[in-house]
Design a protein around this ligand. Sequence first.
Ligand code: PAF
Length: 283
Amino acid sequence: MIVSRTPASTQKRCLSWRAAGETIALVPTMGALHEGHASLIRAARTRADKVVVSIFVNPAQFGPAEDFKEYPRTFAADRKLCTQCGADMIFAPAPDALYAPDHSTWVEETALSRFLCGARRPGHFRGVCTVVLKLFAVCQPHVALFGQKDAQQCLVIQRMVRDLNLPVRIAVCPIVRDEDGLALSSRNRYLSAEQRRSALALSRSLRDARRAHASGMPLGRIRRMIEREIAAAPGAKIDYVSIVDEETLAEITHSRKGQSILIALAVYFGNARLIDNIRLTGR
Ligand code: PAF
């Protein structure tokens, strides 16, 4: 497996693959890879001739008070996992290799980014869209794979691809959970054993929400039920619990038959901000 450190050498290699008629799948990551990333890489393996995994902790998507410095950097383990999952290349640029010191071009999606995480993390999706577009330019993928755990990120990137006519397909892969239900996340490493036990309230409350929706409970009551259940978990500090229309991400209290609904939440345990979500269909 190739490890490529510069945008120019990576782009050259990807263009030569394309010229030889080979298709490319890209799995963009910030490293600290886990089984969720492994599932994306394996899915990529089935979709293209060449699989590129990018590993780059993108400073542009972190706020000044966020965990950019602490974000786990585990390149040796990441490399092993990429090899095991059959990746052909890791693109892992040095921190200053992707942004020129006077970088001044940004990509901003202005509708879906206003809600959920976008409302709490100003500039976050501007940083995500900018780096993802740069990764597309460097790696020239035919398809790029993202995890449903970052539901809003997937929708914002799909919108960017549509709006900018980018010639890349976006594949969204299911959330991977530990046996006890906790959604896998690089940030789970920040949790103490006690916080990890408490954090099970996230997936539990979403499972309860699915059952409550199936039995006809109105969305407003479901949201309050989730909030109560999470607030009762020791150490949990709710950032948001939102029930939204999946197309617009606007908050809803009632659903139409067949409507795509997203229940999304973000909760702090100490400094760890965890997110999770489920999708439902309006009744
Ligand atoms: O989901 C992530 O890990 C990041 O937001 C991404 C897509 C790699 C962009 O930095």
